[in-house]
Ligand binder design. Structure first.
Ligand code: SF4
Ligand code: SF4
Length: 300
């Protein structure tokens, strides 16, 4: 289930872990994960330098809340093989060693399925005929700038590319400020989410108090436990469903960090890209309390 070990954190965070890194995740989309990430960042910005990293690279949308100005743009590329048919002896080494089945020998030429290639470099390294060179294929874009005084970095996967992890890794490597770093993770519990939350000091799982919310929360809990990351839960739209999520949290001894009440005014604010902490002062204090609760748990 888990594709990356938490010990790889240093790969992602070149500053040696000086920041407090908080990942905001959810078992599924549409639970309010980005709402929590953006509002938490804005509620903190007057107290300390904050960076918000949008690692939901398939559909980044934190920019809709924060309207950043980007000052840096960088392509994320992958080295994929290009094969010189005149040099190739059809020895079969490259097609055998490619773990991703990205190469096929058609007799006269080796076909490269670029969308399957993970850019490991194994085939070019092992080709005895020197027939393979690498070309750089763009798989995504990383943009960096500021939004409301917050350092903002987002990654966007290129259309047709499925390789989210290298783009996420690049976004995470671009952190410059701190001490608070908030990561908006991709929804779900697969490879992109695991790459986004890996190395975080704490993970906030956002859920809804419904049977679907509970089911997806349980999957997300399994992943963060497997990764060994401390975590707690925010219930969004509290009051709209049943009490099963809270019962589960009590049974599992999982901290309930915050409840955002179900309120049509809040829903309307989020739908038009507004920030709850700017429009509803009562929630500013709640988000401040959420940060304090996270800090206590990270320092414990
Ligand atoms: S390893 Fe090199 S020589 Fe062998 S089949 Fe692949 S491209 Fe051709
Ligand atoms: S670079 Fe790695 S993943 Fe890509 S084709 Fe070569 S062996 Fe396969």
């Amino acid at each position: 289930m888990v594709g990356i070990a938490p010990t790889e954190a240093q790969d992602y965070f070149p500053n040696g872990g000086e920041n407090m890194i908080i990942a905001i995740a959810s078992g599924k989309g549409g639970t309010g994960k980005t709402t929590v990430a953006a509002n938490l960042a804005v509620s903190l910005k007057d107290k300390m330098p904050v960076a918000l990293l949008d690692c939901d690279v398939e559909e980044p949308n934190a920019h809709l809340f924060l309207m950043p100005e980007f000052t840096e743009r960088e392509s994320v590329t992958l080295p994929v093989p290009s094969i010189d048919s005149d040099k190739c002896t059809h020895c079969g080494i490259c097609t055998r060693i490619c773990a991703y089945h990205a190469l096929a020998d058609l007799g006269k030429k080796i076909l490269v399925f670029e969308e399957l290639c993970h850019g490991c470099g194994g085939c070019s390294l092992l080709c005895p005929a020197g027939a393979i060179t690498e070309i750089h294929k763009e798989i995504g874009l990383v943009e960096r700038g500021t939004a409301k005084g917050i350092e903002f970095v987002q990654g966007t996967l290129s259309i047709g590319s499925v390789l989210a992890p290298p783009v996420i890794k690049k976004v995470k490597s671009r952190i410059k400020s701190g001490p608070a770093v908030i990561i908006d993770s991709p929804p779900g519990t697969s490879c992109p989410m695991i790459n986004a939350v890996s190395g975080a000091d704490y993970c906030v799982l956002v859920t809804e108090p419904t049977p679907f919310g509970l089911s997806d929360l349980q999957l997300a809990v399994g992943v963060v436990r497997e990764l060994g990351i401390s975590f707690g839960v925010v219930i969004n739209r509290a009051g709209m469903g049943d009490g099963e999520v809270e019962k589960y949290l009590q049974e599992q001894n999982i901290p309930l960090l915050m409840k955002i009440p179900f309120d049509r005014r809040y829903a309307a604010c989020c739908a038009r890209g507004g920030l709850l902490v700017e429009e509803f002062p009562e929630l500013r204090q709640s988000f401040n309390n959420l940060w304090k609760a996270i800090e206590r748990r990270v320092e414990a």
